[in-house]
Design a protein around this ligand. Structure first.
Ligand SMILES: C[S@@+](CC[C@H](N)C(=O)[O-])C[C@H]1O[C@@H](n2cnc3c(N)ncnc32)[C@H](O)[C@@H]1O
Length: 182
């Protein structure tokens, strides 16, 4: 399914507005694709779970509301693992490429667990006051939405052609300029 179809289906099933918005998904998907993310630890199930599943990521989704969890489960493939929890403590043994912190408030424990179990951390409704918990991290999204994506500082990022590589035209312009300056 394409993302637009997923959103259409989601909106046809629930009128609740607490869902992960398309612009934020576009931001997150860019990181997922560029950094070759394969596994996700998610706090707060929803359309995000459906979207992760749709691009074949390994997903473990922690949710606090059992009825709602069953609803999201009914839309996802059986490959997704759902875990009911109390928004406080979770037993997690694995390490994931990405964690999405987007469950019910407060998100303190979600973030603390995410920091221990994933390389990339995506936080929805991000506030600067959280930066003190992220001293070892660098923000890598375009900062155009309220979703913030961070990476651990010692992580080698996959080369992002758009952001880090100078295009052929730029090189030609630079060489021409250097010749003029000589
Ligand atoms: C910000 S929402 C989670 C968003 C989720 N990551 C998504 O992509 O839709 C936080 C919590 O609100 C509750 N929630 C969101 N949508 C709901 C719905 N349609 N019905 C009941 N609870 C909902 C769930 O407990 C969910 O974990």
């Amino acid at each position: 399914m394409i993302d637009r179809e997923i959103y259409k289906l989601w909106r046809s099933k629930t009128s609740d507005l607490r869902y992960f918005r398309p612009k934020r998904w576009d931001e997150l998907k860019k990181v997922i694709v560029e950094q070759d993310v394969k596994s996700v630890l998610e706090f707060g199930s929803g359309v995000s779970t459906f979207l992760f599943d749709n691009i074949n990521l390994k997903v473990v989704s922690f949710e606090t509301d059992p009825k709602y969890m069953e609803f999201v489960k009914s839309l996802c493939s059986p490959k997704v693992t759902f875990k009911l929890w109390d928004n406080k403590s979770a037993t997690i043994n694995d390490f994931y490429d990405l964690a999405l912190v987007d469950g019910i408030l407060p998100r303190t424990h979600q973030l603390e667990i995410a920091l221990k179990h994933a390389k990339f951390i995506a936080i929805d409704d991000f506030k600067d006051s959280l930066l003190r918990k992220l001293t070892n991290y660098e923000r890598i999204d375009s900062q155009s939405t309220i979703l913030a994506v961070f990476v651990r500082l010692n992580t080698k990022l996959k080369l992002n052609l758009n952001k880090h590589q100078i295009s052929g035209t730029d090189w030609r312009a630079r060489i021409a300029q250097a010749q003029v300056n000589r």
